[in-house]
Design a protein. Structure first.
Length: 362
């Protein structure tokens, strides 16, 4: 992931003319959000729109978080695009339907969130096809948009996307929420959005949800409104819910068979310190497999005074002493020689490092 330079802004003169109405509407919106009221975009805000941007959220749906994200967006009177991971969509179809029922737009973000450019063409097609099917089964409509994991793409992947009638969506602004950006940092990064652009955010960070009302207020103050991503141009445009669904369903591809798991459950875990500060640190664990596995669990022992406060790409049990972290739904399957990572934030000194790292697989 990396930040992206903003494109040229809309005419300053137009923004200055629209600013008073937009600011008033933003103040009313924040009052409603603070009081817990569900609101929709007011006519005054719609009239102030000099351009549209796309708020996008990757990696969901996430139990315990997607519902809060949807409710926050609804309270702010905005709609967004959710790029769902196929395995998550299959495991949580009710949350996918909740996205649809809240009038959000839904895109394809691959089946297992791999580095797509490292896959064969057949594997790329499988990642996309399975996700198309899972989302269509949940909502009745197959996605038209595809965002490649890690924003990595090449000509082969784009050719596969075209087979499924998908438009590839990158990002103009990176919120850095995946990199533990604070709420203030997320709001600051979002302030670079210009008309037609999209911002990369994620379904799971709490700081992202906290940033939404301020992002919306900032956009309104600049005459910008949240819109949809055009399947034709890939740019943010005014919502158009009259676009008919595709007349033919996307093609399907038989997914490649997965080798049976290694009976020995052979996997290893390696820790590295990412960064540290007074009173806390960020660590990362790489899980590697010598044979195909379908799940993994890492155990590590924290030193006295250390406690885990947040984990991503994994599910933790315990916060102090011996902590167990199992794979998330989308990164448990590893081929022989494959690897994945999970990260965590911890309170306390970064020294000594966690000890006794072990990795097991059923």
């Amino acid at each position: 992931m990396r930040p992206f330079p903003p494109e040229s802004s809309a005419a300053a003169k137009t923004r200055s003319v629209r600013r008073p109405a937009a600011v008033a509407a933003a103040a009313a919106l924040l009052t409603a959000v603070a009081s817990g009221l569900a609101v929709t975009a007011a006519p005054s805000m719609a009239a102030a729109c000099t351009g549209y941007v796309a708020l996008t959220f990757d990696d969901g749906p996430t139990p315990g978080n997607t519902t809060n994200l949807i409710n926050t967006l609804k309270a702010a009177g905005v709609r967004a695009t959710f790029f769902n991971v196929g395995q998550n969509a299959q495991s949580n179809p009710a949350l996918v339907r909740a996205q649809r029922d809240a009038s959000m737009w839904i895109g394809n973000h691959s089946w297992t969130h791999p580095h797509m450019t490292q896959l064969s063409q057949a594997q790329m097609a499988s990642e996309i096809s399975q996700t198309q099917q899972a989302i269509q089964q949940a909502t009745g409509t197959a996605p038209k948009l595809f965002r490649p994991p890690y924003l990595e793409s090449n000509a082969t992947l784009r050719a596969v996307e075209a087979q499924f009638g998908l438009t590839e969506i990158n990002a103009d602004v990176d919120s850095q929420d995946w990199n533990n950006a604070s709420t203030d940092q997320i709001v600051q990064n979002a302030s670079r959005l210009q008309a037609g652009q999209s911002i990369l955010m994620h379904d799971w960070p709490a700081n992202t949800i906290a940033a939404i009302p301020r992002i919306v207020s900032n956009l309104a103050g600049r005459g910008l409104c949240a819109g949809m991503i055009s399947p034709t141009t890939g740019r943010a445009v005014a919502p158009d819910d009259n676009t008919p669904p595709p007349s033919t369903p996307p093609p399907t591809t038989t997914p490649p068979s997965t080798p049976p798991p290694d009976p020995s459950g052979a996997c290893t875990a390696t820790y590295r310190l990412v960064s540290s500060w007074t009173g806390g640190f960020q660590g990362e664990v790489t899980v590697s497999s010598t044979a195909a596995i379908t799940a993994w669990t890492v155990r590590m022992t924290l030193a006295g005074g250390q406690s885990v406060s947040n984990v991503w790409n994994g599910v933790a049990t315990g916060t102090t002493g011996t902590v167990s972290v199992r794979n998330a739904s989308y990164n448990g399957t590893l081929n022989a020689g494959g690897s994945t990572t999970f990260g965590f934030l911890a309170n306390g000194s970064s020294s000594p490092a966690p000890t006794g790292l072990t990795c097991t697989s059923p």
